[in-house]
Design a protein around this ligand. Sequence first.
Ligand SMILES: Cc1ncc(COP(=O)(O)O)c(C=O)c1O
Length: 409
Amino acid sequence: MPTAPSLLEERSGATGSANGSTLTARVEVPSVATPSATALSATAPDIVRPSVTKLKPYVPGKPIEEVKRELGLPEDFTIYKLASNENVLGPSPHAIEAINRVAGETWLYPDDTCFDLKNALASFWNLSPDHFIVGNGSDEIIHFLSLALLDGDDEVIFADPSFVQYKAAAMMADCAFRAVPLTADMRHDLKAMRAAVNERTKLIFIANPNNPTGTVVTRQEFEALLDGLPPRAVVVLDQAYLEYVEDMNSPRGIEYIHEHNVVVLQTFSKAYALAGLRCGYGIARPELTGYLQQVRGPFNVNMLAQAAAIASLQDTAQVDRAQSVNREGKNYFYTSFDEMGLTYAPTEANFVLVDTGLPSKDVFQELLKRGVIVRTGDPFGMPTWLRVTIGTPEMNERFISSLRAILSG
Ligand SMILES: Cc1ncc(COP(=O)(O)O)c(C=O)c1O
């Protein structure tokens, strides 16, 4: 009995005559050219990888323009976005100068190898350029780690709550993961994370400081985790907020890359205030960065980002200013939270996690009306907590006075 032709057979005319006119007629069969919606939805589960159906898209902080549109606020109403841990002081003037200098060159593809940027990073960190892999944000390096290192049987370990992209990295590769709860004082439980290691463990992500808590691990805790790890396990020390860290007893990843499978992540999005350009990098032994280079797409770091990053690295005064504004804002938040009787996590980053004692979704909405965008703790399983980025004194005061008004009902 003849079987029904597949779409491919119909389109190629394989079941028709060899005559050219028959072939044309078959290709134009409407049901082939425009399959019905029912047929499409019926095939959807078959075309997508099962692990992808479980992934949730990253939810970014709410943009200022969206808030104005949604709340019908006037154009000239000032809204402060304290939701994405950006550096509110803005980029270095040298970075802006560098962007302007290369703006007219953007008809050309950027330098695929990031030659100048890697050399600038090499002298900044006192390493050779092959220790670096540069990405479209450090997010992209996390993606490279997933692509280059993870296979279906591997396992990934990270803290809960921590930066959401670690889980995405595991899920994209169809890998099992172990999300290890933080300690009672909201720090990585490195002992429990070490105990979760087995012969399948491939990646262990540690955000130091952690997002969303701002807490850090100690050198001793970190070294105990590294001690005797199976050789196939790679530790990713994500230092997106390193420039804000004051605690000198917290590890600096660079010290561990030569002797261990440690990949350090750094970014220009936070203290260097270049989030909009997307530029981050990984530091590791050249053997490891070499594997990550293999999965990198061509021209992944744009020309403006490369130029601005090089200029920013040289502007240490800008980072000093970010640190001192952050320190001042942090102390103001602590004093204000203490006065309000609120619990918060002591932070080593440019944001603070605070327990308002009320559903944070409601507090979030009330803050929006007063022109302050923050993050609710719901995605982190902390429904009464808010994460707020430390801003300028003016921004911080607006946040605190709004919060006081909301809490006093
Ligand atoms: C801990 C941590 N790692 C990595 C990133 C990603 O930064 P980017 O891709 O902008 O370099 C973020 C962003 O918020 C973060 O909080």
